[in-house]
Design a protein around this ligand. Sequence first.
Ligand code: KG4
Ligand code: ZN
Length: 348
Amino acid sequence: MVISVTSTPGALRVLGIETSCDETGVAIVDSERGLLAHQLHSQVDLHAVYGGVVPELASRDHIRRLLPLTRAVLQDSGLQGQDLQAVAYTAGPGLLGALLTGASVACALAYGWGIPAIPVHHLEGHLLAPLLDNSEIRFPFLVLLVSGGHTQLLLAEHLGHYQLLGESLDDAAGEAFDKTAKAMGLGYPGGPALAALAATVTASRLRLPRPMLDRPGLDMSFSGLKTAVLTALRRADLPHAEIAYAFEEAVAETLVEKTRRALHLTGVKHLVVAGGVAANQRLRAGLQTMAQAQQVAVSFPALAFCTDNGAMIALAGLQRLQRGWVPERPPQIIHAQARWPLQGVGVH
Ligand code: KG4
Ligand code: ZN
């Protein structure tokens, strides 16, 4: 059942909860004043010793953090549960156990406060994140979504309608960064570490292939680059920084060129870049230069909102609430799906 909330007077405030992987994020967004408070706990240290996320440990830690972080955002914003109109939570995709912690707490809070709980698609959260500091972004726009789990070019036609134009056929860009960093002994999470190493040089003697640029279409492939890096690592004459530079350059140039083609194909004049890899400075610079040449506006989320966070989930929940796309109140069903295609998230 969907209820209409168009008659709600005044501002709408939504608490957002994100627990799909290794970050516990909680935030409150207000329809008139924007982001009121956000808190984030990263589990990076917890998983670093294992070289990757351990799902069971992730769930346990989310459980420990959720209520203190929720109390903190209420305190920071000077609000109480009764001041909120909905609780939004990441319902998928992600680690099922981790998702269930956030979904259960969100539904319990919503139940207690007598307000709806709104399930949000994690990737919709990412692609709406640039709206947190630029409310001028209007549909339709092109999205380059580059995270640890996804690399996709999407045409965002309107809220809930995202047409997939192309994607990585193997590793996501973030995954390629992480795996390559691991192969280079840079630890976890690899993306930022590899980028930092690459930034210590200004050129590289190594040139890696630009995968699938010679083929038409908007699909991509990044797993071959890792293999090319493994080969390069055997060369004694190449410092690791130059290898990191060449890898980053190949990924960034490939993403920029595929995005340019997608802009050309769709004719849209606004590009939104989202997901953890949107934090990469080389990619940002390349996309900015390309967008300028194409006379296309480009929006990136603030660095803090590129990677997983509660604010993007609160914002996606608010957008749904404003359209009356709200499940019945109080929540009867807890939604959590490890796999969930972004297409078809129109109305719950
Ligand atoms: O969006 P996100 O927080 O989690 C997923 O939903 O996957 O993205 C995390 C990914 C990781 O693969 C991480 O290595 C990558 O984003 N990442 C970066 C940078 N910062 C984060 N990759 C390249 N350069 C960065 N500066
Ligand atoms: Zn994410």
